[in-house]
Design a protein around this ligand. Structure first.
Ligand code: SF4
Ligand code: SF4
Length: 106
């Protein structure tokens, strides 16, 4: 099994269990929707093995359980509205419905 396959399998497991990897040391990131201009640059920057950013209604959201805290989405954001969220709370059922219904990273 290649590394890439192993990571994808990890994401699949996270989608099924809705649990964040305990080994991830960095906190997940959160988008400040008061500032976000919904440009989708962060969505394109998020590596597929994590695949944590989704369009949800008019918002762009990060599912914290899928976000490794790799920070690759921070620099591409033109308005600097993505920040670490050490006090993150579990994603809502409505957020989880996005990858379950139509996973853009699949
Ligand atoms: S920190 Fe990494 S995994 Fe999390 S949303 Fe940004 S690019 Fe995706
Ligand atoms: S890159 Fe920044 S402004 Fe663009 S959608 Fe993502 S969070 Fe919003």
């Amino acid at each position: 099994m290649s590394d890439t396959t192993a990571r994808r399998t990890g994401r699949q497991r996270r989608l099924e269990t809705r649990e964040r990897e305990p080994l991830w040391k960095n906190p997940p990131l959160k988008i400040d929707m008061d500032v976000c201009i919904t440009c989708d640059a962060c969505f394109r920057a998020c590596p597929k093995p994590f695949g944590a950013i989704f369009n949800h209604d008019l918002d762009v959201v990060i599912i914290p359980e899928l976000c490794s805290g790799c920070n690759k989405c921070i620099d591409p954001c033109p308005v600097d509205c993505i920040h670490p969220d050490p006090d993150w709370t579990p994603a809502s059922d409505q957020w989880w419905a996005e990858p379950e219904n139509d996973d853009p990273y699949a």
